[in-house]
Design a protein around this ligand. Sequence first.
Ligand SMILES: [Cu+2]
Length: 114
Amino acid sequence: MMHLLAVKRLIRLCGATMLMAAVCLGQAAPAKKAYTFHGKVEAVNVGANSLTVNGEKVEGWMDAMTMGYKVDDPAVLKIIKAGDQITATVYEGDMTLHKVQVVPKGSGDSKSKK
Ligand SMILES: [Cu+2]
């Protein structure tokens, strides 16, 4: 769905407008379509405030692929480790992971690999 070039451009754009975005997010934004994202963390990029995630396909948002995603809250980068399964809320036209949560190991679909 989203090509790498477009994503890179978006990330650069995000960096330039981070401050503005932060301000915007603090306001009541018009409701955008939200999706639940599932994936496995491949790397935690603290400097870039992003996670490299092997994500499952989210219909209408992103194909299954491994790529870097910005996170809404830098604090999550201190909690999350490579290898963690995560879920996050994502929004239409926005590659940022919101409300990132680690899926507890041994719960649900992770097939008994400790
Ligand atoms: Cu992508």
